[in-house]
Design a protein around this ligand. Structure first.
Ligand SMILES: NC(=O)c1ccc[n+]([C@@H]2O[C@H](COP(=O)([O-])OP(=O)(O)OC[C@H]3O[C@@H](n4cnc5c(N)ncnc54)[C@H](O)[C@@H]3O)[C@@H](O)[C@H]2O)c1
Length: 247
């Protein structure tokens, strides 16, 4: 018996990295999965790994920054699974550069995916969750949204806004027993961070009290806690998963 038996979880950006680890963790604890990414075929690796847990999985192609795409995808998922119990807004991108050199296009792209995407998916699932008087939304922010970072103005702004948005969702939905929390990962080893130079990586490592980079599973464990009943009295919170980088 898993804590999520009979529940449906929707995970965005589930093709790889942290999103894939979240999908595997929720499935291992019993959830059926609606997996979303830009292209459904990118989700095959995740589906292959989830299959071992015997849970139901369906894949959906959707750009989280497209209102039309998100609305029709959520409608389809509600048809396929009857209900959505858990939403994990994980899809995110970076387009780094100092503000002086940052193009409007790079600003818009990051805000559209990282912030507008979270708004669109939350808005699309909230009606169902309010009706069923239960639900848990977990948004993947970043410690950069708490402390800022030179060269990541767009990303920091988007993640800080996701934290403020999560607190607002928590306030708007708590009377319907729908909770919303954010996770703020630190430096997690994925394709996103592999792109950083060895020098930057070593500098970051020196600032991590626990002395190691995080794994996608470290983040997935916290997401599973927040998604589940063990966190039934937790809403509007941000849990940093960063080896102590931010205290
Ligand atoms: N890796 C880290 O160190 C780190 C730290 C803090 C926060 N995060 C956050 O965790 C989340 C996952 O990061 P990751 O490292 O696994 O990244 P990743 O690049 O490995 O994976 C991101 C996934 O999101 C998908 N995606 C991107 N844009 C999309 C869109 N418009 N619509 C639908 N799907 C889209 C990608 O296809 C990919 O599968 C992101 O929100 C990221 O900002 C990561």
């Amino acid at each position: 018996m898993g804590q999520f038996d009979g529940k449906t979880a929707l995970v965005t950006g589930a093709a790889r990295g942290i999103g894939q680890a979240i999908a595997l963790k929720l499935a291992a604890e019993g959830a059926d999965l609606a997996l979303c990414d830009l292209k459904a075929e990118w989700l095959e690796e995740t589906v292959g790994k989830v299959k071992k847990s015997g849970r139901r999985t369906e894949c959906y192609s959707v750009d989280v920054s497209s209102a039309e795409g998100v609305d029709s995808t959520v409608k389809q998922i509600e048809k396929d699974f009857d209900k959505i119990d858990i939403l994990v807004n994980n899809a995110g991108i970076t387009k780094d550069g100092l503000i002086l050199r940052m193009s409007e296009a790079d600003w818009d792209a990051v805000l559209n995916v990282n912030l507008k995407g979270v708004f669109l998916f939350t808005k699309a699932v909230m009606r169902g969750m309010m009706k069923q008087r239960s639900g848990s939304i977990v948004n993947i922010a970043s410690i950069i949204g708490l402390i800022g970072n030179a060269g990541q103005a767009n990303y920091a702004a988007s993640k800080g806004a996701v934290i403020a948005f999560s607190k607002t969702v928590a306030k708007e939905l708590s009377s319907r027993n729908v909770r919303c929390n954010a996770v703020a990962p630190g430096f997690i080893r994925t394709k996103m961070t592999d792109a950083l130079s060895e020098e930057v990586q070593q500098k970051m490592l020196a600032n991590i009290p626990l002395g190691r980079f995080g794994t996608p599973e470290d983040v997935a464990n916290v997401v599973a806690f927040l998604a589940g009943d063990a966190a039934g009295y937790v809403t509007g919170q941000v849990i940093s998963t960063c080896g102590g980088m931010v205290m």
